[in-house]
Unconditional design. Structure first.
Length: 439
């Protein structure tokens, strides 16, 4: 039997990157719009009056008016094993990693623990309207198995990888180059393309991989050229100094990854805050992606991401946005963009609300080279979308009384919104938002 459904609401979907706060041509908005969803895909999108004629009389209908319906949020960098690390008190990145994060990640050798946290993690993503995420698991294959199994159960399009790390971390959190190779291959064989899952090659960062393991990353990239690569780059000055000491032959931090063939259009570099002109050129020339993690960069005191500098240079950078939980302090992409906005304020720049919502959806999909599948409401794409209420709390409801434009509404959602503003999260056409209060 057909599961065809009409879903009605105020539709918003981006068509391209906004050029200004008043760029009305960059999005499609329908004040009374609807989608037809069938078999996990969007089959029609437009004004309700037009769309309803495309479905037979009696088709099931869900009415979300007056709420906004838009593509699900995409989080391009976070760590699923850090759910019990978020909000840990530390001076900076390396202290935070060594004191809290590494000890905690050792627990993911235990399959039962990994499964429990994976389930909590997916609940939290969907509660916040995030329908696609790119996650680091731990060094243990069990953690990647737990992550992808949970994603398969929920029907989500998720990316992730078993972390490769063979030095500068405690016993119980290290693999070897050979193990990293075999286990990454095993994770790819088990999970890549199964359901909607995609595996990413995941050397944690240059500090925790020996040159031999970096060679393994290169080999895997050669064997699986379609896979994404994720790692960390240029997050904090102590980290940069230490990294460059470990690879004295490299010109700079970015050059370490370049020497192992890890730059490219499917390479996601978390943070990338303090890049030199030479490094930014190398990133741009290879179409590598700089992933901005605002709440994390503020929380760990890592630095202010020079978004406009990267964007305006002769060789601009591709930019994605992400929470970086548990260095990041919120699972909400709304809160994440609220902090991204404040960082640009501190730099004397403006990030307009259209840009923010573009980046959380189509922009991040483009950065992942997945905009043919997610990040839009275009017919033929996957039916991952969310329903947002800009008057979800008493404070927001009162403020909404003075809002008169779509851009103002978006800015309010970004500034004051969180999981409470997410009324529903649809994954492959099915409502999947879990309850908000703990059981
Ligand atoms: N660099 C290497 N590992 C990590 C991590 O887990 N979090 C952050 N923020 N930076 C890292
Ligand atoms: Zn990270």
């Amino acid at each position: 039997m057909s599961d065809r459904t009409i879903i009605r609401g105020r539709l918003l979907s981006f068509l391209r990157k906004p050029e200004s706060a008043s760029d009305e041509g960059c999005y499609r908005y329908e004040s009374d719009g609807a989608l037809i969803v069938e078999g996990g895909r969007i089959v029609a999108c437009g004004a309700y009056a037009d769309v309803k004629d495309k479905a037979p009389e009696g088709t099931r209908e869900i009415d979300h008016r007056p709420h906004l319906l838009m593509p699900g949020f995409i989080d391009t960098h976070l760590h699923f094993p850090q759910m019990q690390v978020i909000g840990s008190y530390a001076g900076g990145l390396l202290e935070w990693l060594n004191t809290y994060t590494f000890p905690e990640e050792r627990r993911f050798a235990d399959a039962a623990h990994a499964s429990r946290i994976a389930s909590e993690f997916f609940d939290e993503l969907l509660r916040n309207g995030t329908t696609t995420a790119v996650a680091y698991c731990t060094v243990h294959k069990t953690s990647a198995d737990a992550y992808f199994a949970e994603s398969l159960r929920r029907g989500t399009l998720m990316l992730g990888g078993k972390v490769m790390m063979d030095r500068n971390a405690p016993e119980g959190l290290l693999d070897t180059p050979e193990q990293a190779y075999q286990e990454t291959k095993a994770v790819i064989a088990a999970w890549h393309g199964r359901g909607r899952n995609l595996v990413a090659i995941t050397p944690r960062f240059a500090i925790t991989s020996t040159p031999e393991q970096m060679e393994v990353a290169r080999t895997l990239t050669g064997e699986f050229p379609d896979l994404h690569i994720q790692t960390h780059l240029s997050e904090n000055h102590d980290e940069i100094r230490y990294t460059c000491e470990l690879f004295p032959e490299a010109k700079d931090y970015t050059d370490i990854y370049a020497r192992y063939g890890l730059l490219g259009p499917k390479s996601l570099f978390g943070h990338a805050i303090h890049l030199s002109e030479r490094e930014a050129d190398a990133m741009s020339e290879t179409r590598s992606v700089a992933v901005h993690c605002p709440t994390s960069n503020l929380f760990l005191g890592s630095g202010l991401f020079p978004w406009r500098t990267y964007e305006r240079r002769g060789k601009p950078l591709r930019i994605a946005v992400a929470t970086d939980v548990g260095g990041g302090t919120s699972y909400s992409m709304l809160s994440t963009m609220a902090e991204a906005y404040k960082i640009q304020q501190l730099l004397g720049e403006r990030l307009n609300p259209l840009e923010s919502f573009y980046h959380m959806t189509l922009g991040n999909a483009d950065a992942l080279s997945l905009s043919d599948r997610i990040g839009t409401l275009e017919p033929g794409t996957d039916a991952d979308f969310i329903v947002l209420d800009a008057a979800a709390t008493p404070v927001m409801k009162l403020r909404m009384e003075t809002v008169s434009t779509l851009t103002e509404e978006l800015f309010l959602l970004q500034t004051l919104g969180d999981d409470r503003s997410v009324i529903e999260t649809y994954v492959a056409g099915k409502p999947m938002k879990p309850a908000t209060s703990p059981a």
